[in-house]
Design a protein around this ligand. Sequence first.
Ligand SMILES: CC(C)(COP(=O)(O)OP(=O)(O)OC[C@H]1O[C@@H](n2cnc3c(N)ncnc32)[C@H](O)[C@@H]1OP(=O)(O)O)[C@@H](O)C(=O)NCCC(=O)NCCS
Length: 190
Amino acid sequence: MPKDAVPLPPWPARLPRFGRVLLRPVNSSDAGMAMALATDPYVCTTGTLPLNAGEQEALAWVERQQGRHSEGRGFSFTIEEQLSGLAVGHCGLWLQHPAEGHASAGYAVVPEFRGRGFAADALAALTSFGWTLPGLDRIELFIEPWNAASIRTAGRAGYAAAGIRRAYPLAAGERRDVQVYAARRPNAAD
Ligand SMILES: CC(C)(COP(=O)(O)OP(=O)(O)OC[C@H]1O[C@@H](n2cnc3c(N)ncnc32)[C@H](O)[C@@H]1OP(=O)(O)O)[C@@H](O)C(=O)NCCC(=O)NCCS
C-alpha cells in the first residue's frame, strides 16, 4: 500500500447484488471471462488487460485485481449472473482519495453477454454498495462521448451528467476528453 494510503473498509459481509447479478471477488476461475473481455480493444485501453490476452496474462490480471483492495485502490468485482453462476463481466469501485469522499467506478461486460441488462444491474449493485462505505458521498464515471451503451448504463443506475473532464488518463496511457457522470449518496446534503 502507498505510504499515504488509508486502509479501505473491509469487504462486504454480504455480496452486493441487484436484479440478475451479484458482485463477488475476482478469482482464478475468471481467467476465461478475462480472456473474453480482452477480445474488445476498447476494454484493453481502459484497464490493464492486454489485447487478446492468453491464459497466463488473464491469470496475471486476476492477481492484479485480487491485490486492489490490500493496495488501497478499491474493490474489484466479478459480475456474476445469479441464476447460472456465469461470470459475465467485471466492475470496480476505486477509492484512491477517500478523504475527499469521492470514488470512481468502471465496468465491462463480456461481448457475448452484452445487451441483456447486466451492466445496468451491476452498476446499480456497485453504487448501492458504495453508499454503505462510511464517508463516501459521490461516485463518478468517466465516459467517452461516443460510448452510448455506457451513457445509457449510467442513466439506468441514476447517474447524471456532471461536465467534461479534459485529458483524462486512460489506463493504457492515452489521454482523452470524457464526460463525467455522477451519483450522490441519497440524502447527502447539497
Ligand atoms: C458499456 C457496457 C458495459 C454495457 O454493457 P451491457 O451489459 O451491454 O449494458 P446493458 O445491457 O445493461 O444496457 C444498459 C443500457 O444501455 C443500452 N445499450 C446497451 N448497448 C447499447 C449500444 N450498443 N448502444 C446504445 N445503447 C446500448 C441498453 O439498451 C440499456 O438501456 P435501456 O435500459 O434504456 O434500454 C458494454 O457495452 C461494455 O462492456 N463496453 C466496453 C467497456 C466499456 O465501454 N465500459 C464502460 C467504460 S466508461
